[in-house]
Design a binder for this molecule. Structure first.
Ligand code: FAD
Length: 378
């Protein structure tokens, strides 16, 4: 819909392959998975075999040794086809990079090939019930105990949380406040002291989200990911990439809604109304400008120079536009926006769009990060 110079013919060939796989193997089952609130493990294996997992991971670690642009193609196709359950980008571009960048050789060898094949499902467990926005205030503790660490606390709203084999848990040294007391710890799901409950939700229902209790859960000290006490620093770095991934998903979702809405309004002669044309023109303009800004962020990340603040701007803008697009998707269809198949799609779009400005840092947190940096832009 919008001109972009990001992709080569090889990327477009990958796009064809990815969309053919998703349309044939995933879409037909997605509604049933949404009703069940989870994706069967076999779907992750299939995604691995089809090459959707860990495109950027080096081949010797089980990945494809590809560029970030290959990940972008996959994220865009997931959004274009409204796939919100089998979000391979969570595994490939958000969870796996923690192990790739911070893991010891032993940790990488133990887990990354499985991440790439779909045999292992990973999760990042940061948020807690008292509030996910205040990461520096997280309460889960990791207490030294002989040669190990004992974890205690509760994590909330963790994607793939009740299905993951491995969780990257953020926890603090007990009795120590502040950011420098936070570490990242690998927790295998079958460890004693781990209890998980799926959280039913109306938005993105096929995506499993869970509450995770850690109750005296003992792990070896070798499960520390990166240096002890540097977890918060790592999180700030990795959250930048997560926000870029979520902005790409949001932008592709907006473009899909806009394309469908223009088609529907045209078919029903609604474009004859000036108000409809003006509203869609505003949406088109927002999408076009967001696309250009996002492409700049993607290009920088692909060149190995990701910009965390720019990712906040991209996430804030693309998710805001997505919410507006989803609201128009209901309003401009009239009663059909809330009834029948088109209404089900449009109302689900509204619910799903709400997630985008919450997870990975809310829009308010994005504004806070951008706002705090303003003194340095003069
Ligand atoms: C579908 C889904 C999947 C998720 N997956 C994961 C996951 O895999 N791993 C994980 O760790 N977390 C995950 N989360 C949690 C997500 O990161 C949090 O929901 C998010 O960070 C917000 O935290 P909260 O929901 O506790 O809201 P709160 O932090 O309680 O915020 C409530 C409201 O207060 C506002 N607010 C809070 N602090 C401030 C502030 N300082 N300034 C201005 N306004 C503020 C917020 O913007 C928000 O509007 C997921 C969430 C969802 C919905």
């Amino acid at each position: 819909m919008f001109h972009t110079t990001l992709f080569t013919p090889a990327h477009e060939a990958l796009r064809e392959e990815v969309s053919a796989f998703l349309e044939a193997e995933i879409l037909p089952h997605h509604a049933a998975w949404a009703a069940a609130g989870a994706i069967p493990r076999e779907a992750w294996h299939m995604a691995g075999r089809a090459g959707l997992l860990c495109r950027t991971l080096p081949r010797e670690m089980g990945g494809h040794g590809g560029s970030f642009l290959e990940s972008v193609v996959i994220i865009e196709e997931l959004a274009r086809l409204r796939i919100s359950g089998l979000l391979t980008c969570l595994q490939s571009d958000i969870v796996a990079p923690f192990l790739h960048r911070l893991g010891t050789r032993a940790q990488q060898q133990a887990w990354l090939p499985g991440f790439a094949s779909g045999a292992v499902l990973g999760a990042v467990a940061l948020s807690e019930p008292q509030g996910g926005s205040d990461l520096a205030g997280l309460r889960t503790t990791a207490t030294r105990h002989g040669e190990g660490l004992v974890l205690d606390g509760r994590k909330a709203h963790i994607s793939n949380g009740s299905q993951a084999d491995l969780m990257i848990v953020a926890a603090r040294r007990p009795g120590a406040g502040g950011e420098k007391a936070i570490s990242l710890v690998l927790v295998e799901a079958e460890r004693p002291g781990v209890t998980r409950r799926a959280i039913p939700k109306s938005a993105m229902p096929a995506l499993n989200t869970a509450e995770i209790d850690l109750d005296g859960c003992l792990v070896p000290a070798a499960n520390l990911l990166g240096a002890e006490g540097t977890g918060f620093l790592y999180l700030m770095t990795f959250l930048g990439m997560e926000r870029l991934v979520l902005a790409i998903y949001a932008q592709a979702s907006s473009e899909r809604i806009l394309r469908e809405l223009i088609g529907d309004c045209d078919a029903r002669a609604l474009l004859e109304h000036q108000n409809t044309r003006f509203s869609l023109a505003d949406l088109y303009a927002d999408c076009a400008v967001n696309r250009a800004y996002l492409d700049g962020c993607i290009r920088a990340a692909d060149a190995g120079r990701p910009d965390p603040k720019a990712a906040c701007v991209a996430k804030l803008r693309t998710t805001n536009t997505l919410r507006q697009a989803a609201a128009l998707g209901v309003q401009f269809r009239g009663a059909a926006g809330i009834s029948g198949a088109s209404g089900q799609r449009a109302t689900q779009d509204m619910l799903d769009s709400a997630v985008q400005s919450i997870w990975g840092g809310t829009s308010e947190v994005m504004r806070d990060v951008i706002g705090r940096s303003l003194g340095s832009v003069l």
